[in-house]
Write a protein that binds this ligand. Structure first.
Ligand code: 13P
Length: 250
């Protein structure tokens, strides 16, 4: 079983002052007490450099929240994966549901971004997850399956990709999927990964759960089969909460 990964997605939150302070706090904790899991923070793009400087010499890794599918070019406002690698990132989130809905990103675009990330030596964190309407209609597993099949990169990069299962209805709502629902979704994703990548490679992919993960529910979620970590939004903005989630890893 791979070591668990606890990733903080800061989304569009933080300025140099608050973000730097949060990163320095986490780095200091991780330097003095080695965490029992891998820790990653994904700040907004303008904070990558100062947060990376704050994390230097600590085991906390740096990630970004999105990248473009092309390595360079005339794409105003976009950020290329090699730029993220150059800024010190090890990971990049692609296909988050907020980007799929706010920017209309398709599975094909997410796959192209994930491939670009891998080509730049980054580990893509490929997000999938059903909406409430899709779950109510009994289509959760079918939606997850089609997103995994359509979004997973085909080449290999710095290592196996990471998959994050984030039910859209659980994001920022305080609602979490039941342990049974999480086990079912993650088990289905594991089966798909084995089918697509082969058994050993499929088993080496970490599958994160995301959606209202907090210190008080983290231990239960992280104990579910095939949950290899968490992608944390709101609770990653407080050092105490993010650290407590990391400390919940079995
Ligand atoms: P919350 O933890 O705020 O629900 O956000 C989850 C998420 O979208 C992480 O990517």
């Amino acid at each position: 079983m791979p070591r668990k990964l606890i990733a903080g997605n800061w989304k569009m939150n933080g300025l140099r002052g608050t973000g730097g302070e949060l990163a320095r706090d986490l780095a200091a904790r991780a330097r003095s007490a080695a965490p029992g899991c891998d820790l990653l923070v994904c700040p907004p793009a303008p904070l990558l450099i100062p947060v990376g400087e704050a994390l230097a010499g600590s085991p906390v890794q740096l990630g970004a929240q999105d990248c473009h599918a092309e390595p360079s070019g005339a794409h105003t406002g976009d950020i290329a994966a090699p730029m993220l690698a150059d800024a010190g990132c090890s990971h990049v989130i692609v296909g988050h549901s907020e980007r799929r809905s706010d920017h209309g990103e398709s599975d094909a675009e997410v796959r192209a971004k994930a491939a670009a990330a891998a080509a730049a030596g980054l580990v893509p964190i490929v997000c999938v997850g059903e909406t409430e309407a899709e779950r109510t209609a009994g289509r959760a597993l079918a939606v997850i399956e089609s997103q995994v099949r359509g979004s997973l990169p085909q080449g290999s990069g710095a290592g196996p990709p990471v998959v994050a299962y984030e039910p859209v209805w659980a994001i920022g709502t305080g609602k979490t999927a039941t342990a049974g629902d999480i086990a079912e979704a993650h088990g289905h994703i594991r089966d798909l990964l084995r089918e697509i990548l082969g058994r050993a490679a499929g088993d080496s992919v970490r599958i994160l759960y995301g959606g209202s993960v907090k210190p008080d529910n983290a231990a239960e979620i992280l104990a579910v089969d095939d949950v290899d970590g968490a992608l944390v939004g709101g609770a990653s903005l407080k050092a105490d909460d993010f650290w407590a989630i990391g400390a919940s890893c079995p």
